[in-house]
Write a protein that binds this ligand. Structure first.
Ligand SMILES: Nc1nc2c(ncn2[C@@H]2O[C@H](COP(=O)(O)OP(=O)(O)OP(=O)(O)O)[C@@H](O)[C@H]2O)c(=O)[nH]1
Ligand SMILES: [Mg+2]
Length: 214
């Protein structure tokens, strides 16, 4: 999928929003991009592009606002196309909808490959688990501790509770936390690639010398 608005000089990140239906996936994406909460978003699946300057770097956020299949009896997982595309995942549930937390649990486990060996598509890519609708705490069905524990069991998974309805900063924090994790993970991959290069050169040098000695 091409994003013509993104130029090559920018750092581009592709974020896939996952989670059960009606948890506020679209509300969070729209809040982050427009700062607004408009109430109803309809059943649309779309990729938003949002450019912003962060610490002097132009960041191009591509945000795929997915749809969760209605009446799904088992936890639905991202498609192969979505998995190839995404650098990181925002997994959303509603703090007043226990079933949505179970969907999030299944998706997080699948991303990490721990769901009975069936998953693993996430390949260690970063994720943020978001408990949305915090303004509805009188109807809370999932404690903050449960969210924390779920995220803590997975390397590279952050957690936060937010209210897309109440304020802009929760959505801002969620997407920027994921950006930070993706940047860290890219830096770690670059370091690992550099190290592999050094190891290859050193072993080539020693291998060559050993051959000469033999
Ligand atoms: N009270 C409250 N309502 C919210 C919040 N976020 C979203 N909603 C409402 O929850 C409903 C679903 O929001 P959406 O953003 O459409 O949820 P979604 O996950 O994109 O839903 P689908 O795309 O249909 O799966 C809407 O009526 C929103 O107004 C929130 O933080 N608090
Ligand atoms: Mg939606």
């Amino acid at each position: 999928m091409k994003h013509p608005e993104c130029t090559q000089q920018k750092l581009t990140v592709n974020f896939l929003i996952l989670g059960a239906d009606h948890v506020g996936k679209s509300a969070l994406a729209v809040r982050f991009i427009t700062r607004r909460f408009i109430g109803e978003y309809g059943d649309i699946e779309t990729v938003y592009t949002h450019n912003v300057a962060v610490d002097g770097t132009e960041i191009c956020f591509n945000i795929w606002d997915s749809l969760y299949p209605q009446n799904s009896e088992v936890t639905a997982h991202p498609s192969e196309q979505q998995m190839r595309w995404a650098d990181g995942f925002v997994v959303v549930y509603s703090i007043c909808d226990r079933a949505s937390f179970e969907v999030a649990r299944g998706q997080v486990a699948w991303l990490r490959g721990s769901a009975g060996g069936r998953g693993g598509g996430g390949g260690g890519r970063p994720a943020v688990l978001v408990g949305n609708k915090r303004d509805l705490s009188h109807r809370r069905a999932v404690s903050a501790e449960e969210g924390k524990v779920l995220a803590a069991g997975v390397a590279g998974c952050a957690f936060l509770e937010v209210s897309a309805a109440e304020a802009h900063h929760g959505a801002l924090l969620a997407f920027h936390r994921l950006l930070a994790l993706v940047r860290q993970s890219r830096a770690a991959s670059r370091r690992a690639a550099g190290l592999r290069g050094i190891v290859r050169s050193v072993s080539a040098a020693f291998g060559g010398r050993r051959r000469r000695v033999e």
